[in-house]
Design a protein. Structure first.
Length: 183
């Protein structure tokens, strides 16, 4: 018998002063049985940092052909492919062939090793941006996970704060690769 996804609800208020984007999103997240709170909250952070009315959660762990998040235009063409974790180079190349922009949010203890092994190959993908999140940050984000969440994300001059009513997490985002740039 297959296990069902656990449903989480989030009211996410995004105030991105850098992009002049100010919206509140009512989101439903289906957490795959093998997904951790840490990964789910990294997906939510990635949503906040790329917030757009057309941005949607993909099937993620349930489907190898879909990212954690994506934004499509009205014709169904993928404009933005956003994944979290440590994907294989082959998967990232495939994503770059399908989307105008690709972003990866690398996190976890293996992130440095993954980048050391894959960075040279990924550096050749012009449309790719790779971000790294420190383990302390992603673990602090995991502590915010609840079945019903009211969260705020503030982005100002590159600084990111993610919070609920009681706790605020300063999010350190390191850019490992910018679009168009080599390693």
């Amino acid at each position: 018998m297959a296990l069902n996804a656990t449903i989480f609800k989030a009211e996410l208020q995004v105030s991105d002063l850098d992009r002049h984007y100010y919206e509140t999103h009512a989101l439903t997240l289906a957490r795959h049985p093998s997904e951790t709170d840490e990964r789910m909250m990294v997906r939510l952070l990635a949503f906040a940092l790329h917030a757009d009315p057309a941005l949607a959660f993909g099937n993620g762990l349930s489907s190898a052909d879909e990212p954690a998040l994506w934004r499509k235009d009205l014709t169904g063409v993928i404009q933005q492919w956003i994944d979290v974790g440590l994907p294989e180079v082959k998967q990232v190349r495939r994503a770059a062939g399908r989307a105008a922009e690709v972003a990866i949010y690398a996190y976890g203890r293996g992130a440095d090793r993954w980048w050391a092994q894959s960075g040279a190959d990924l550096g050749a993908i012009a449309s790719l941006t790779v971000f790294k999140l420190p383990t302390a940050t992603t673990q602090a984000l995991a502590e915010l996970a609840q079945k019903n969440m009211r969260l705020q994300c503030l982005v100002q001059e590159g600084d990111v704060s993610f919070s609920d009513e009681q706790t605020s997490v300063a999010v350190a985002v390191e850019v490992l690769k910018a679009p168009g740039a080599g390693r």
